[in-house]
Design a protein around this ligand. Structure first.
Ligand SMILES: O=P(O)(O)OC[C@H]1O[C@H](OP(=O)(O)OP(=O)(O)O)[C@H](O)[C@@H]1O
Ligand SMILES: Nc1nc2[nH]cnc2c(=O)[nH]1
Length: 172
């Protein structure tokens, strides 16, 4: 197996800089601190790089949810840890690494809405093109073809998260 690079480190970092500008622009008239929620584990690198590029006050929260076995969604979302601060009337940004079937994001948003935030937005580094999941995603880094991705936080059986680029496995 070899890794075929789809998005290299430079392209990823440039796009994240642009996304940070789009996000700053959206929140520019809001006086409240932004509550950014990192969806672990996959979002770790995207979240970190995005936050380092955001020129505004941000409060960090982390949730840990998982639903994949190998390359397939089990359709069952397992919550391993959840936000523990009040989000009512807050400006909340969910930060995902990838939206694929949309199951994970739908689950997270449904729960977060119950906290009655003032505003609830989503940023994802990658969105798979194939699905019509119907969830509005406010800030999208890249739309990609339907191939199982690894790297930059994305794993295959817990490996490859620490690759500095995004790619896919190829039989050689
Ligand atoms: O749109 P979906 O089909 O639901 O897929 C997206 C989710 O899949 C991955 O999480 P995973 O369950 O692999 O957990 P991990 O982040 O800990 O790797 C990824 O980080 C997203 O949260
Ligand atoms: N690693 C990885 N996790 C995912 N979760 C949903 N889609 C993907 C994918 O393409 N790669």
């Amino acid at each position: 197996m070899s890794v075929e690079v789809l998005l290299d480190e430079k392209i990823i970092k440039e796009r994240i800089k642009q996304l940070a500008k789009e996000i700053e622009n959206y929140y520019k008239d809001k006086t409240e601190t932004l509550h950014a929620i990192c969806v672990l584990k996959g979002s770790i690198h995207f979240f970190s790089e995005l936050m380092l590029n955001l020129n505004m006050h941000v409060n960090y929260s982390f949730v840990h949810v998982s639903s994949y076995a190998g390359t397939e969604s089990t359709g069952r979302i397992r919550v391993k840890s959840w936000v523990d601060e009040p989000l009512q009337d807050k400006y909340v940004l969910v930060v995902e690494d990838i939206v694929d079937t949309g199951n994970t994001l739908r689950y997270i948003l449904n729960y977060l809405k119950k906290y009655r935030p003032a505003d609830l937005k989503v940023a994802t580094l990658v969105e798979k093109e194939k699905y019509q999941h119907g969830i509005p995603i406010d800030f999208v880094g890249f739309k990609v073809q339907d191939v199982f991705l690894i790297g930059y936080g994305l794993d295959y059986e817990e490996k490859y998260r620490n690759l500095p680029y995004i790619g896919y496995l190829k039989n050689t």
